[in-house]
Each structure stands twice: as structure tokens, then as C-alpha cells.
Write a protein that binds this ligand. Structure first.
Ligand code: F6R
Length: 635
């Protein structure tokens, strides 16, 4: 939710080996180039507007440009009205909260007679009161944003102290809400100051230059060395120094880490969209998430687990907290973990969890699932759970993000960067990681014999190959989607683990193709939703393996017959060799045979491809659907 980038550098490259040299800073194009490149990589976080602000030696004022709409509009403006060379830059891509997506409301916001510029991610809850006070003092406001209040407050503090770092700390102490703020001032053209409170900010450590970003994607093309900032910290960046302090001005420490993927992982790699690329990354996402989880004897070892084994043995309830696709991954995991470990598992939308007075105590294990590691609703649920005495284990994809930092333990998914706003490969990686957790608990608590754990792990290890097979069969799915571009309502049915897959299929279609889509538990249909079926209504049905237990397959086949009898057009996802279902399907998308609990990793893939292809046929932007942002850092 809003992407933030900051840069300061010496501005020249020494003769030897292209290394950045040392000496007096020189104004160059690099700050703007780095900022725009960072914004391009962060645009998935919001694309209502974009802007940059530059400072440099001899520049009396901040130079800036900001434009409503996608980054392309800003780039076009910069081409027609170039900005001067500079030594430091800040850049912003916005997901609007306060004030519509206009040029005026775009960031940066300027103050101090155009000598100070501020960008912001988050929501300042007390902005109305602060704005009233500042207005009473004669401060003029030009935008409808909460950010402008922070800019004016910072200007006031700066005029009082003459020190941008101290002014930022004083401003941060006055603000209520969530914020990452970055500021530059024309007085000090090689300094960028940042503050973070409940919103992400990471430092990239370069040579003769330093970077800031909402996440490492902003600067990974330039450096893999990074510094994770803690909550309520201020960072002051110059080309050769990074100083961290708290909001009271006391020195503080960030945590160094090395980014484990390179910039090419965040490129489209020949695909027409990030979404297409990420769907095709899925075999790797599953395989990499499985890597290194066992010792030589085949036992599962979870290195980052800092929760005492005795505590894990005593767990009597698991609550998965997550939002959206991550919550559906949690739903899938519930079936597996309950089955393997015999521990009750609840799955709760993170934003509902903490407002319903949940029963949580020291025997509860809360599992927070999040691709970004920054989702505010999930973070708040994590904090609430810990306050109630629960241990929290995070399943997260993004290194250096907040949720793992605030959890007792972390199990990283290794899906690589997910840039398309709608989640795909993270879903498969989250299910995989949650399954590893389930198997680990089953091993630890003795619910499964080692050979049983090993057999399930072997099934999991087969999945990347099978996902690849589904991908290779995607042309029929794409063609079907193209032929359905004028649909306005699609339903999805599934039973058992197929139910969350149906929910995920419907979510993908809603967010990518803007089509009304609903997922139902197949058994629930007759309790009401069957009234939605009329002649020609397309219904996707996820059919369980005919080799599975509990007559799941025959129950779903009956459900298909029920809807067909009422005119539905059935689009069936079924296992290779399922001859019975063939008779009841208008279209069949075949997936390889797999045990029931593994099927979601396959069945969801045609649904992702269907949504993407249908949206593409409608001419929509599948990477950046309207109104969405990837990392939802507001509640
Ligand atoms: C759907 C989607 C969202 C996210 C949700 C949680 O395609 O992307 O529903 O899954 O906002 O995000 P994370 O996993 O970052 O916490």
C-alpha cells in the first residue's frame, strides 16, 4: 500500500572497476533514475499516482514532479519537463486513502516554501486535529491528504531545531496512526531522513550511495545488503552513512540481512505479464519452499523455529490468521493439520480475529500467513495473539518484513518476489509451508511414524513436477476463458480441500476480470445458492480424486448432476482417468492424479490461468487490477 523509495549518493563513479568513488558529492541523473526504477518495482503496492522529489547542491528548492495515474504518466511528465541533476531523491507510488487520486493529492507534499518534501505510506489518524491547529497558525494547505499535515508539522519542527533528524523524531511523536515518512530538504542535499511506525521501511546499503524502500525490490538491482529497521525508528541516510535512532533520539540498531534473490527474479522474464510469469514460477515456488527442511535421517528440521519443543507439544489449538488468498491457503492447511496432528485448527480472517474476543492462551499456536509480511490486519492479529499469551508462528514470503520480526517463529516460503498484485505462487508456497509445519508437529508429537511423515513428504516432493504438467496443459483453459469474455457471473464449487480452492478461484476471477464470482462448498448448494443456477450458468466444479476416501468424489458428482439438471454449464477440474465425471462435464480440465490433500496445489492452477486469460481477453491489466494494492498496510 503505497511504495516508497529513497536514494542518496556521491554521484560519480571512480575510474577503477566502475566502483562508486569517494569525495565531494556531484549532482547527477542517478538519483532520479534509481527512484524511477525503484518505483517501477514497487508500483504493485499502489498505482493511483506517482511522484518524485530531488535535492542537489545549488538547488534553492526541492525539484519535483507528481502525476495522477500510473507511473507512466509521471515518466511522460518528466520527459516533457526534465528535472535538474541531483544528489538525493525520494519517490512515491500511491494507493489513495485520504483524498482522491489527483495530481494535487499525489506525493511528494511540499512545505517550508518548497524547500522540504515529504512522502508517506500509511494513515495519520489524528490528521484532522493537527490540520486544525496548523491552520489556526496560518499554515496553508493545498491537498486533501493526511500526508500534507505531516509535511507541515515537519517543516515547523525543522524551523525550530534546524535538524531534519530531530524534526522527524519530534513529528513522529506527534502522529497517531501508521506511517513511513521520508523527507528531503534543500538545505542538506545529500540527506534523506525516514521514520517508520507500523509501516514498512528497509535500508539498502551501497558503496558511496544508500537506498530506502518499502521493500527490497526497490533497490535489489543495486545492492543485496540490507538493513531491516525496527518499529518506531528514525533513519538518517547520507551517501556514506546510515544512522538509526528511536523517536526519542536515542541511538538504535537495525538488523542486517542479505537479500536472497536477484533483480532478474523481479523481471517478467519473457512473459507478457508478471502474473503469467508467477503462475509459471509455481513449480519452483513449491520446490524451493520444500528445500532444506529435512536432516540426513529424513526428519523435518525447522531452523528458524524459536519456539520450545515442549511448548509445541503442549499446543491444544491452532488458529490460522490471514487475509484473502493467504486465508484460503490456511483453510487448505486446516484439513491437513487436523488430519495429521489431531489438533483443532481454526482459520480466521485476521481483521475479524481480534475484534471478537477470541479464546487464546499459552497453549494456542497462532499461525500468521502472509506473502508480504506487512498486511496490517494480520500484523494486528499477531500482536493481539501475543498479548493474550499465545505463541505466533509466521509463514511469510518477504525477508525483512514486519510480521516475522514480531512473531515468535518464522517459516519462510521461498516463492521469490511476487509482483503481480493478485497472489498466485504465494498461495502454493503457503500451502506447502503449512504442510511442512503440520508434518513437523505430527513428527514432534508422535502423531505419525517417521515413515508416514517421509511418505507424505515424498508426495509433496512430487508436486512441482505435477504442477508443471498442469501448466503444460494450459492452452485449453486459455481458449475456454477467451470464449467466455462476456460472462458476468461465474460460480465455483468444491468440497473438503476443494472448497477453499473454489473460494480462491472465485477471488481470482473477481479481482482480475471484475466478474461477479462466488465460491461455495458443494454441499451447501442445496441450502440456497442453487437458486442462482439458470440456463447456461457457468459453474466450475473441483472434483476430488475418485481414489480418495469418504465418498467425496461421488458426492461431488451428484452435485454436478443437480446443477446440470437446472441448466448449468459445468466446467470440471478432474483427475486424469476419472472416467465417471466425463459424462457430466461440458468442459474438463484434467490434472494429474494426486492424494486428496495434495490436490489443491494442482486444482487451483487452471483457475488462476482461467482468470488471467479471461481478464486479458477483456483487455484488462492483470498485474495491476483496479482499486487494489498488493501490500495492504492499512486496516
Ligand atoms: C488476492 C490477494 C490478497 C492477499 C491478501 C493478503 O489475490 O493477493 O487477497 O492474499 O491481501 O496479503 P498477504 O499475503 O501479503 O498478507
Amino acid at each position: 500500500m503505497c511504495g516508497i523509495v529513497g536514494y542518496t549518493g556521491l554521484g560519480f563513479v571512480s575510474a577503477e572497476a566502475g566502483a562508486v568513488g569517494h569525495g565531494a558529492p556531484v549532482a547527477s541523473e542517478r538519483p532520479l533514475e534509481v527512484a524511477l526504477e525503484g518505483l517501477k518495482r514497487l508500483e504493485y503496492r499502489g498505482y493511483d499516482s506517482a511522484g518524485v522529489a530531488l535535492v542537489g547542491p545549488g538547488l534553492e528548492q526541492v525539484s519535483f514532479s507528481k502525476k495522477a495515474g500510473k507511473l507512466g504518466n509521471l515518466v511522460a511528465d518528466l520527459e516533457s519537463r526534465p528535472l535538474p541533476a541531483a544528489t538525493a531523491a525520494i519517490g512515491h507510488t500511491r494507493w489513495a486513502t485520504h483524498g482522491g487520486p489527483t495530481d494535487t493529492n499525489a506525493h511528494p507534499h511540499l512545505a517550508d516554501g518548497g524547500r522540504l518534501a515529504v512522502i508517506h505510506n500509511g494513515i495519520i489518524e489524528n490528521f484532522a486535529a493537527l490540520r486544525r491547529d496548523l491552520s489556526a497558525d496560518g499554515v496553508p494547505f493545498v491537498s486533501d491528504t493526511d500526508t500534507e499535515v505531516a509535511a507541515q508539522l515537519l517543516a515547523k519542527e525543522y524551523r525550530a531545531s534546524g535538524d531534519l533528524t530531530a524534526a522527524m523524531a519530534a513529528t513522529a511523536r506527534r502522529l497517531v496512526g501508521t506511517f513511513t515518512l521520508l523527507a528531503v530538504h534543500a538545505d542538506d542535499p545529500t540527506t534523506v531522513v525516514g521514520a517508520r511506525h507500523d509501516s514498512p521501511l528497509v535500508v539498502g546499503l551501497g558503496e558511496g550511495e544508500n537506498f530506502l524502500g518499502s521493500d527490497v525490490a526497490a533497490f535489489v538491482a543495486h545492492t543485496k545488503e540490507a538493513l531491516e529497521l525496527g518499529q518506531d525508528q528514525i533513519v538518517t541516510l547520507t551517501p556514506t552513512s546510515v544512522d538509526v535512532s528511536d523517536f526519542d533520539g536515542k541511538p538504535a540498531q537495525g538488523k542486517r540481512f542479505t537479500v536472497d534473490w536477484d533483480a532478474s527474479a523481479a523481471e517478467k522474464g519473457g512473459f507478457s505479464s508478471f502474473m503469467d510469469k508467477e503462475i509459471h514460477d509455481q513449480p519452483h515456488a513449491v520446490a524451493d519452499t520444500l528445500l532444506g527442511r529435512t536432516d540426513e535421517a529424513g526428519n523435518i528440521v525447522l531452523d528458524d523455529l524459536r519456539i520450545d519443543e515442549a511448548v509445541l507439544r503442549a499446543v491444544d489449538k491452532i488458529i490460522v490468521v490471514a487475509c484473502g488468498t493467504a486465508a484460503y491457503a490456511g483453510h487448505v492447511a486446516k484439513y491437513a493439520i487436523e488430519h495429521w496432528c489431531r489438533i483443532p485448527v481454526e482459520v480466521e480472517l485476521a481483521h475479524e480475529f481480534r475484534y471478537r474476543d477470541p479464546i487464546v492462551n499459552s497453549k494456542t499456536l497462532v499461525v500468521a500467513v502472509s506473502q508480504s509480511g506487512e498486511t496490517m490486519d494480520t500484523l494486528m492479529a499477531v500482536r493481539h495473539a501475543r498479548e493474550q499469551g499465545a505463541k505466533v508462528l509466521a509463514i511469510v514470503n518477504t525477508n525483512g518484513s514486519t510480521i516475522p520480526r514480531e512473531s515468535d517463529a518464522v517459516l519462510y516460503t521461498h516463492a521469490g518476489p511476487e509482483i503481480a498484485v493478485a497472489s498466485t505462487k504465494a498461495f502454493l508456497a503457503q500451502i506447502t509451508a503449512a504442510y511442512i509445519l503440520g508434518l513437523y508437529l505430527a513428527q514432534l508429537r508422535g502423531n505419525k511414524f517417521p515413515d508416514e511423515v517421509a511418505a507424505i513428504l515424498a508426495e509433496l516432493r512430487e508436486m512441482p513436477r505435477k504442477v508443471q504438467t498442469v501448466l503444460e496443459r494450459s492452452e485449453y483453459v486459455r481458449a475456454t476463458a477467451r470464449s467466455m469474455a462476456d460472462q458476468d457471473k461465474v460460480l465455483f464449487l468444491g468440497r473438503h480441500v476443494g472448497f477453499p480452492v473454489a473460494l480462491e478461484g472465485a477471488l481470482k476471477l473477481k479481482e482480475l476480470a471484475y466478474i461477479h464470482a462466488e465460491g461455495f462448498a458443494a454441499g451447501e448448494l442445496k441450502h440456497g445458492p442453487i437458486a442462482l443456477i439458470d440456463e447456461g450458468q457457468p459453474v466450475f466444479v473441483i472434483v476430488p480424486s475418485p481414489r480418495g476416501r469418504d465418498q467425496l468424489h461421488s458426492k461431488v458428482v451428484s452435485n454436478i448432476q443437480e446443477i446440470r439438471a437446472r441448466g448449468a454449464r459445468t466446467l470440471v477440474i478432474a483427475e486424469d482417468g476419472d472416467d465417471e465425471v466425463r459424462r457430466y462435464a461440458d468442459e474438463i480440465f484434467w490434472i494429474p492424479q494426486a492424494p486428496t490433500l495434495m490436490q489443491p496445489l494442482l486444482a487451483v492452477v487452471p483457475l488462476q490461468i482461467f482468470a488471467m486469460a479471461l481478464a486479458t481477453a477483456k483487455g484488462l491489466d492483470v498485474d495491476q487490477p483496479r482499486n487494489l494494492a498488493k501490500s495492504v498496510t492499512v486496516e
